[in-house]
Design a protein around this ligand. Structure first.
Ligand code: GCU
Length: 602
């Protein structure tokens, strides 16, 4: 009887808590924060013993209670404080050999003190946690977040103590058929608190969020909004851009919302001049500062226009893996290494696949003048009919846009990769596109589409119905690797039914660095080099091609690639090995980008 009552009570609290994770606080970098990064106590819990009782019912006395024995006779079968630790930020898979393939639950605990100041509110902010997180403070459930690649925060103002706080997170990276991504991906299912965790301290009424960018199609009109959160909402809000001698005041409405509209004479952000402005948003009770670039991005027929001028996106695809050490990338150094390699290749653009990468990477691209394609992990065949799967995908899309909407570097939001034709798929993705456009009308929408051969067996046709709803067509092709041998590329022709620009969002071949042979020897650098040579020739013939992002900058871990001595659980399509060694194909692509105007890198 007691157990049933406990679980009913538990469910009652969970139901109401579920909706509690607050809207994302914009620009967590520009706030007063306390980092909780470092070593966290952890409990590896494959059977979720810390969450369910022996009847597999959620337990009211789970590990989130962080209970200590009060007497020598007390029976407590876990103890965070004598358990092993894991570093945060960081995936667990590359921190301990035995966790490399671990998929399940690990509990994380961080103890901290925090002297709350009067008239302030406290939030706990997670850069990302892979994949499903249940968060507790001092035994109280704060809420749950699903999705391994987007940030979330919870308010803890009324729960935080001056001393001895116990922040506990149950992180579960088990793959599920109804999840996003679903069961099979060609990347490693890294688990853990993979990005920073911090406390954010703000005034009672604070600047919760803002969107400050050039209006669609304009190069001198800034449009957007500011939203306050708190008790005193209809405040005066001033937007200042000192360097552009802009200081304009707006009045927030009773909901704390203020529309922003102002003329601006700005130096526009571009790869050659990635100009960022100090922008201050000052309300009566709070102010936040950010570095924002202003540029316009549009399409006209099959042209992509940056600041009104046609541009070719010289890109490369990148997974969020750290060079050399492996595992999830998260640091400035990781971002710098990857983006400098892309620059060395001659890139002005990167496709960050297949999920939103960390904010450090995006801000580094902003600073370095590298345009970005950002994507949500609607990858291969997810459960299109399942409403919860849609809600999940839409939440990840909204969080991706919420975090990065003020970053000039991001020019494209992508809603899907290699998803199969079908009505439910089309309906699902059309709704996502509508959502993206409602949240941000200033950027382009794309997806990696399906294509097929015409009867002549040498013309690839892009007429995927999804193309109708996109601004830019994306297409992945592996002719010469999964489809025939490289000679097949020589006679390949491309067509589309759409008057839209195409980005060849993937192409390439696996090669093990240092393995040599003739051009028909699979896995050799020569095979990859030859395939790239032929592909570049083919790309030059495509009249509506306006960008390329070959697959991929660096070899990366994948559970789908077991070939001993060659792959060893790595996808070897990198132009660079995971130890930073450049393969022959790297120079073929570099030469092509030089022909397209890439500046010589010092
Ligand atoms: C696919 C997919 C990638 C994958 C690549 C490959 O197109 O989008 O995630 O890694 O092909 O097979 O190497």
């Amino acid at each position: 009887m007691k157990i049933i009552f406990a679980s009913v009570l538990f469910f009652a609290t969970v139901m109401c808590v579920k909706a509690q994770h607050t809207d994302l606080i914009a620009n967590s970098e520009g706030r007063k924060t306390v980092s909780l990064d470092g070593q966290w106590q952890t409990i590896v819990d494959p059977y979720e013993t810390g969450y369910y009782d022996y009847r597999y019912q959620p337990s009211a006395n789970g590990y989130f209670k962080d209970t200590k024995p009060k007497s020598k006779s007390d029976l407590i079968e876990y103890d965070f404080d004598t358990s092993e630790t894991l570093a945060v930020p960081g995936d667990w898979n590359t921190q301990k050999e035995r966790l490399l393939l671990y998929e399940g639950t690990i509990w994380y605990k961080k103890a901290f003190d925090h002297q709350k100041k009067p008239n302030t509110r406290i939030f706990v902010y997670f850069g990302a946690a892979s994949y499903l997180s249940d968060v507790y403070l001092n035994g109280q459930k704060l809420g749950r977040h699903e999705g391994g690649f987007t940030p979330f925060n919870f308010e803890i103002t009324n729960l935080v103590r001056d001393k001895g706080n116990s922040l506990i997170v149950k992180v579960d990276n088990k793959r599920r058929r109804d999840a996003v991504p679903t069961l099979n991906t060609d990347w490693w299912n890294y688990g853990g608190l993979t990005r920073e965790v911090k406390l954010i301290e703000v005034p009672d009424t604070f600047v919760q969020d803002y969107f400050i960018q050039l209006q669609k199609g304009s190069q001198n009109r800034i449009g957007g909004w500011v939203r306050l959160n708190g008790g005193k909402l209809n405040q005066k809000i001033t937007v200042r851009i000192p360097e552009a001698r802009i200081s304009q005041t707006f009045t927030a409405d009773v909901k704390g919302y203020a529309e922003i509209n102002l003329n601006a004479d700005l130096t526009l952000w571009s790869p050659n001049n990635p100009k960022l402005y100090d922008v201050k948003v000052e309300a009566e009770t709070d102010q936040v500062q950010d570095q924002i670039g202003f540029r316009s991005i549009e399409v006209k027929g099959s042209e992509i226009l940056l600041n009104g001028k046609p541009i070719f996106l010289r890109g490369v695809s990148i997974h969020e893996e750290a060079p050399f050490r492996g595992g999830r990338a998260h640091s400035k150094e990781d971002a710098g290494t990857l983006l400098n390699w892309a620059k060395e290749l001659g890139c002005n653009f990167v496709r960050l696949a297949h999920y939103p990468h960390n904010e450090t990477m995006i801000r580094e691209a902003d600073r370095m003048g590298i345009m970005v394609w950002s994507e949500i992990p609607v990858y291969w065949t997810i459960l299109w009919e399942n409403p919860a799967t849609f809600e999940n995908a839409q939440a990840q899309l909204s969080e991706m846009i919420a975090r990065d909407k003020n970053r000039a570097a991001i020019i494209i939001w992508s809603v899907a990769n290699e998803t199969p034709l079908g009505d439910t798929r089309l309906t699902f993705l059309k709704k996502l596109i509508e959502r993206a456009r409602s949240l941000d009308s200033t950027r382009l929408i794309s997806a990696a589409l399906e294509r097929h051969y015409l009867d002549d067996k040498k013309t690839q046709m892009i007429d995927d119905p999804l193309g109708e709803y996109l601004d830019v067509l994306g297409c992945n092709e592996y002719v010469g690797w999964y489809d025939g041998l490289p000679e097949k590329i020589d006679t390949l022709d491309w067509k589309t039914k759409y008057q839209k620009p195409l980005i060849m969002s993937e192409f390439g071949a696996d090669a093990l660095y240092g393995k040599h042979g003739d051009a028909l020897t699979r896995w050799s650098e020569e095979y990859q080099e030859d395939l790239y040579r032929r592909t570049v020739k083919m790309l030059k013939k495509i009249s509506f091609l306006r960008g390329t992002s070959p697959w991929i900058l660096m070899d990366f871990r994948s559970p789908r690639r077991p070939l001993p001595g060659i792959q060893d659980f790595r996808n070897r399509k990198g132009l660079i090995s995971d130890r930073g060694e450049k393969k022959k194909a790297f120079y073929v692509m570099q030469e092509y980008y030089r022909e397209l105007g890439a500046p010589l890198q010092k």
